[in-house]
Design a protein around this ligand. Structure first.
Ligand code: LR7
Ligand code: MN
Length: 574
């Protein structure tokens, strides 16, 4: 399952977006909403009992029957729909099943119109009369899905049909990655017959989203390809700013701002242009989000101007079709999910393009906490994809990823075609990319030591998943296992002990993880192999393992206390 994997970009994205205050606020709003009698009434729509279709299909049909844009309907203007906390048991079963099947609240989605209204999240700057070229290229919108909920898939389709200028939308291509749910298999073409711009392409076997996209691209007839996930909602004016960038520069790959649609209430959240983030990655080859770096900010007059981004999240972007083909599309050896977003990001930059986030374009996406569908059994798909990516694009930097996975490469297939492609295109080096496009990334090669931090008295190692939710929590100890992962740490030249953006930090009680701040203080450590001591800069205390071997602690340094003796792997001060 994706959620169980260490390298799940979904996790990272979720953690980034789940601002406690925000979700609390929306919960509060939701409670108020909940007192609205209309919502409860809608929840109680009795299922049609005449046919014995699955519950979710019946609800899907109800959603279709919803009057479009009843201004007081549930979820209109992107408002949250909150179910009563004490649902009757029958209803609760349905709600639970919706969660189970989709990892979002399908029941709530089915209550909302397929044409629901949304707020217009654009900055005024975006609406200036001559902001975009008068002649823009047409696009084919490609949406791949595997067992997507009916109401969510069709709300994606309708939001695009309803909010794209018809002369710019050549077609919507729905690529069914071998779904096996009856409603998708039997009713889709029939439902779509009134919408001639929408086509369905069926894959005879499960290919995963990457090869599904390639199939969609093959069928596309417009000069620009636009990819969306199957649980999105496009907002007013989303398309023109994307196409405008490509019209001006065919090697610009452009992403909308991805707004959050709540997995629970389907509330549409958006921020203003000053809150835009750009994409990065860490040495687990996991995608992550960052604020706009100072240097990039300084390039702009207005926060709504397009910003350069080192990487893209992957699901939502437009690209000139010929440029996509010139770049060799995706590595078709990528299975199911993951890695393709970094591949396209790296090669866009390294092979002569630019990658931009366009703050005038907003598309919502339902972020979920786990992957609801079956992956391959017995293979770590994401890891295999990432190794292919590293082999082809990372040059000598691939070793930093391999250290993270204990050099356990397994069989990642043949990548010689992809290397030949890179050769043919004459792309720049990964070093060039890091120096010029992503100078903010911490490069482990600059570390003084890297690997495990082993307590010599006990063979226990400093251990933490160092996920964003581990921030402010004490770091743990675990028997040393030699596989990198949660026991991989770096000692930076600046005296930080870090993994990616998390640093060991001591403020007087526990040794905790804290976002690296780069100003020494509580994050400053001194270590030499000779001393075997890890001394904290400001307190001058020594790191030690507790007498019961369970806890990491800081205590007065002593030259005769083996509990204070550590070996930090691969120390090299030169
Ligand atoms: O086997 C599959 N076949 C498919 O067609 C598995 C998935 N899919 C479809 C699926 O129905 C969905 O439309 O592929 C799409 C992506 O899968 P999700 O939505 O389950 O995953 P996700 O939203 O976490 O996916 C993000 O990372 C992926 C890595 O391969 C892709 O790049 C997705 O497009 C990407 N989504 C986004 O960028 C939206 C913002 C998320 C973030 C950050
Ligand atoms: Mn998605």
């Amino acid at each position: 399952v994706a959620g169980a994997d260490d390298g799940n970009p979904m996790e990272a994205a979720r953690n980034f977006f789940m601002d406690k205050k925000d979700s609390q606020a929306s919960e509060d709003r939701g409670r108020l909403q909940n007192q609205h009698p209309r919502v409860e009434k809608l929840v109680d729509i009795p299922p049609k009992t005449t046919d014995k279709k699955e519950d979710h299909e019946i609800h899907a049909q109800q959603a279709v029957l919803m009057p479009p844009q009843d201004p007081n309907g549930p979820g209109e203007m992107g408002k949250p729909v909150v179910l009563d906390k004490n649902l009757d048991p029958e209803l609760k079963k349905k709600v639970d099943k919706g969660w189970q099947d989709n990892a979002f609240n399908q029941y709530v989605s089915d209550m909302i119109s397929l044409h629901r209204s949304l707020p217009d999240p654009r900055d005024e700057w975006c609406k200036a009369p001559d902001r975009y070229l008068s002649s823009l290229p047409e696009t084919s919108v490609i949406v791949c899905f595997h067992n997507e909920a009916w109401s969510v898939l069709l709300r994606t389709v309708h939001s695009v049909l309803d909010r794209s200028p018809p002369h710019l939308l050549r077609e919507i291509i729905l690529v069914d990655d071998n779904s096996n749910q009856a409603h998708l298999m039997e009713q889709l073409e029939n439902y779509l017959k009134d919408y001639p711009k929408v086509r369905v392409v069926r894959l005879p076997q499960r290919e995963g989203l990457i090869r599904a996209r390639l199939m969609g691209a093959k069928h596309a007839t417009a000069p620009v390809l636009t990819f969306l996930d199957s649980h999105c909602e496009a907002t007013t004016g989303w398309l023109e700013p994307l196409l405008d960038r490509i019209a001006r520069n065919a090697s610009a790959v452009v992403c909308p701002v991805i707004d959050v649609i709540s997995d629970d209430t389907l509330e549409y959240h958006h921020r203003d242009a000053s809150g835009v983030n750009v994409g990065g990655f860490d040495w687990n080859l996991q995608f992550n989000w960052h604020g706009i770096p100072q240097k990039e900010r300084a390039r702009h007059q207005h926060p709504a101007e397009p910003v350069y981004s080192p990487t893209m999240a992957g699901g939502l972007f437009s690209i000139d079709k010929q440029f996509f083909e010139r770049l060799g599309t995706y590595d078709s050896g990528f299975d199911i999910w993951g890695g393709e977003n970094l591949e396209l990001s790296f090669k866009t930059w390294m092979c002569g393009g630019t990658l931009e986030i366009v703050p005038c374009s907003h598309v919502g996406h339902i972020f979920r906490k786990r992957s609801p569908y079956k992956w391959r059994t017995g293979v770590n798909v994401l890891k295999k994809n990432s190794i292919r990516l590293a082999e082809v694009w990372l040059d000598e930097y691939k070793k930093y990823y391999y250290e993270r996975i204990g050099y356990d490469l397994g069989n990642y297939g043949d990548v010689s075609d992809r290397k030949a492609l890179r050769e043919r295109l004459g792309c720049k080096s990964f070093k060039w990319y890091l120096d010029n496009v992503y100078p903010e990334l911490f490069v482990p090669g600059e570390a003084v030591a890297s690997g495990e931090i082993r307590n010599l008295a006990t063979a226990q190692c400093v251990d933490s998943a160092a996920k964003p939710e581990d921030n402010h929590k004490p770091v743990g100890l675990w028997p040393c296992h030699n596989q990198g992962g949660n026991q991989y740490w770096m000692l930076s030249k600046e005296g930080e002990i870090r993994r990616d953006e998390a640093c060991l930090d001591f403020a007087g009680t526990d040794v905790i993880l804290y976002p690296c701040h780069g100003s020494k203080g509580n994050q400053y450590w001194e270590y030499t192999p000779e001393s075997q001591h890890i001394v904290h800069g400001s307190s001058k205390k020594c790191m030690a393992i507790s007498a019961d071997r369970k806890k990491l602690l800081m205590e007065e340094c002593s030259s005769s206390e083996p509990r204070q003796n550590w070996k930090f792997e691969n120390y090299d001060a030169s």
